[in-house]
Design a protein around this ligand. Structure first.
Ligand code: PLP
Length: 400
């Protein structure tokens, strides 16, 4: 893989296709943060970005457990990291997938939210006695930017029966939940842990594992969450007060927080129409969330000469022939942006690169490593006072 200091060096080569910029140092920093500071075990939720390079970086930085949701993800991680522990945390699985995961790839941890799924797991593993079964509770997504509250999770009325049955079938019994992605306050976890408490008290079963799922936030324009430490403290306090044994384990499954800062995208402006920029990646590429849920990603103009003009709000059109291929933004860029300019779109490591399709013949192909800092970081706060590495700029168009 080619290496550049920053997007600027790459833009000088005038790439015709959009290019994915990856920052291994940012992924390493995120992984080390969770490994060192989360008061339990942090699994990586592979769907956020299944790049084998990234998975290897996380492993090298101490992430040993992986939350996988499909048999393809199981195979991918098993072949990339033969020693990793895989946890199949999708509550609705194909029976064949469970069987292959258990017998071929050594997967022992499965989540479920219904009696049907429990029976499926038992059939597919031939009533294995070494299972870790995590019952997924339905919890509110009220504090999160992307809801995960409708599709999965057992209702309070179903939980007692399910915990009871899973206790009989499991060697290790867990409870898990997901508060929704990009949870903007630790309170989301505090409230979910209260549901865990009620479920344990009602079922009166011994619980060996509590998995608080993903949802840990990153920084985007208009979304500045509190420090991750405050989430960890709130989760730790709630966990300590649960009626569970001293040996019970605490897990989490961050996706976004471990990889958002890992990648950005360099795109080119192919046309300008007033405040609309036609760029060469979009809704069917890495900008799915920008188009479909109005997510605002940070942007910066990548030009050798700093622009002297004030910033204004732009929206983007992607390259396909589809009206849907539109990103409303607003994306703030210097007012003199023009055809042939390059723009870096930041914070696309999570749910950006992973969503890309080849629809209409478009989609980034090349990936290069860059060494500068991501446009925003949840992990740089402690070092905020330290002198910035030379050339490590937050906004390229402001370099003097
Ligand atoms: C998507 C998902 C995650 C990761 O969520 P983030 O919001 O990216 O942290 C974790 N666990 C499960 C079960 C998921 O479906």
């Amino acid at each position: 893989m080619h290496k550049h200091h920053s997007a600027l060096g790459l833009a000088a080569l005038r790439p015709v296709q959009p290019v994915t910029l990856v920052r291994p140092h940012a992924a390493r920093r995120a992984a080390r943060f969770f490994v060192e500071k989360f008061p339990g075990r942090a699994l990586y939720a592979v769907k956020a970005n299944p790049s084998p390079d990234l998975i290897q970086i996380l492993w090298d930085s101490g992430i040993t457990h992986y939350d996988v949701a499909s048999i393809a993800e199981v195979r991918l991680v098993a072949s990339t990291l033969p020693e990793a522990v895989l946890c199949f945390m999708h509550p609705v699985k194909a029976e064949e997938a469970i069987e292959e995961a258990y017998f071929t790839h050594g997967v022992r941890t499965f989540s479920l939210d219904s009696m049907d799924e429990l029976k499926k797991i038992q059939r597919a593993t031939r009533n294995a006695e070494d299972l870790t079964l995590a019952v997924r509770l339905r919890v509110s997504s009220d504090h999160s930017k992307l809801s995960l509250a409708s599709k999965f999770g057992a209702e309070p009325s179903e939980v007692t029966e399910l915990l009871f049955a899973a206790r009989q079938a499991a060697d290790t019994l867990g409870i898990c939940f997901h508060v929704g992605s990009q949870a903007m306050t630790p309170q989301a976890y505090v409230e979910a842990m209260e549901r865990v408490r009620q479920a344990i008290v009602q079922a009166a079963v011994t619980v060996d594992l509590v998995d608080v799922g993903g949802g840990f936030p990153s920084i985007y324009p208009g979304m500045e969450p509190p420090a991750l430490e405050s989430y960890f403290q709130a989760i730790h306090a709630a966990f300590e007060s649960l009626p569970i044994s001293y040996s019970a384990e605490l897990w989490c499954e961050p996706g976004r927080a471990l990889c958002a800062e890992y990648a950005s995208l360099l795109v080119r402006v192919e046309r300008r129409r007033g405040d609309e920029l036609y760029i060469n990646d979009g809704a069917y590429g890495a900008l799915f969330d920008a188009a479909h849920v109005g997510w605002r990603f940070p942007v910066q103009l990548v030009r050798e000469e700093e622009s002297e003009t004030r910033e204004m709000a732009f929206s983007f059109y992607g390259p396909t022939c589809d009206d849907l291929d539109h990103m409303a933004g607003p994306f703030m860029l210097p007012a003199d942006v023009t055809v042939g300019d390059y723009i870096e779109v930041g914070m696309l490591g999570a749910y950006g690169c992973a969503m890309r399709t080849a629809f209409n013949g478009f989609g980034a192909t090349e990936t290069v490593i860059v060494e500068d800092e991501p446009m925003a970081s949840t992990y740089l706060t402690e070092e905020a006072d330290a002198p910035r590495r030379s050339g490590s700029v937050v906004s390229l168009n402001r370099v003097s």
